[in-house]
Unconditional design. Sequence first.
Length: 86
Amino acid sequence: MVRFHGQVYAFLNRCGHVPVELDWQQGEFFDGSGLYLICATHGALYAPDSGRCLGGRCNGKGLDPVPVAEEDGWVVLTEEGGQGGG
Ligand code: FES
């Protein structure tokens, strides 16, 4: 889960290249610019608001979004499961 421009977004912590966790230190997902999510393993870049692949080895494969919303300061899942779709 990340906060970007005041909004909360959540994705499965799994790179589109190789299914490994993205963070280079626990909970650190942004690159140096603060504009992109970056995979610590090979540096694929993702859009923090959509999970779309923006460059690197993700080869057009984005992150799997998790539907969340912020309610009274709490981040809640907005759908059950998160499986299926597509
Ligand atoms: S594992 Fe993420 S870019 Fe290769």
